[in-house]
Design a protein around this ligand. Structure first.
Ligand SMILES: [Fe+2]
Length: 272
């Protein structure tokens, strides 16, 4: 099982940057010395102060405390016809996913990760041919080996949101739909972390599955690199409204479900 991508200090940092609230501001709002805030942001745990900061940042304090105490990780999920490849990119790990139709052995790739070889090996081992490649966004860690992967899999079409158009790729928008054998997918424009952030909702596997890129992580989210407000809003409107049993496949960290995120993701205090 992968480790969670973020713990409380990462979540607080993303919320502070997103809301434009710095350490000095928090210190004066809460009437505590800045050094206490800094300790929390360095990974320290102080229940009372974490709860107080959570309220200032519109985060769910109980969920944030569970993150600080490392009490929760989503239950491991295994879906037939879906493979997560968790690959190193510098000091981080990034996910690429393969989904396939068992009868035709045609596969879709979602993001490329940083290295083609493990993905091509997996395709070979399962006798899969690549029908299409879909990109959740074009941050380097998600597309690093696109050319190599494409060449190694008979140059299938590559789909990406039009706001992050790439040479030689097909530009698509929200509500793009596509099918291959028993699988079908639909797109949601989940922007905020990236301008052209795309979620691919797949039907035809054992459970509904959504490949979400960095829009949302188990117990966190990618952060609002373009717009924190949009990231929160598009997650709320488009991902958290999917059925609770939808398996979410994030760009970093473990698989989770919409139901698990409602219970455990501090960015969504509206769900208990
Ligand atoms: Fe990203």
């Amino acid at each position: 099982m992968n480790d969670l991508e973020d713990f409380h200090e990462d979540i607080l940092g993303k919320a502070m940057r997103g809301l434009g609230i710095g350490k000095n501001e928090l210190s004066s709002r809460l009437n505590v010395e800045k050094s206490y805030i800094e300790k929390i942001l360095a990974g320290g745990v102080n229940d009372g102060l974490i709860s107080a900061i959570a309220k200032e940042l519109d985060l769910a304090s109980e969920k944030l405390l569970r993150s600080a105490r490392k009490e929760w990780c989503p239950a491991p999920l295994a879906i037939n016809g879906l493979k997560q490849l968790n690959l190193p990119f510098g000091e981080m790990l990034v996910n690429a996913f393969v989904a396939w139709d068992e009868n035709s052995k045609k596969a879709w790739l979602f993001d490329t990760g940083p290295m083609a070889e493990p993905i091509l090996d997996f395709l070979n081992q399962e006798s899969l041919t690549v029908d299409s490649i879909f990109l959740t966004h074009t941050h380097r860690d998600h597309i690093a080996c696109l050319d190599e992967l494409r060449k190694g899999s008979n140059t299938p079409p590559v789909y990406v949101h039009e706001l992050e158009a790439l040479d030689g790729c097909e530009s698509i928008t929200e509500c793009f739909s596509y099918s291959c054998g028993s699988l079908s997918l639909n797109t949601l424009h989940t922007h905020g972390h990236a301008l052209g952030g795309m979620t691919y909702v797949i039907d035809g596997l054992d459970s509904p599955v959504a490949i979400v890129g960095d829009a949302i992580f188990a117990g966190s989210m990618g952060g609002g690199m373009v717009s924190y407000e949009d990231a929160l809003r598009t997650n709320r409107e488009k991902i958290m409204t999917l059925p609770d049993d939808t398996v979410l496949c994030p760009g970093h960290g473990p698989l989770t479900t919409v139901g698990e995120e409602k219970k455990n993701n501090p960015f969504f205090p509206e769900f208990c």
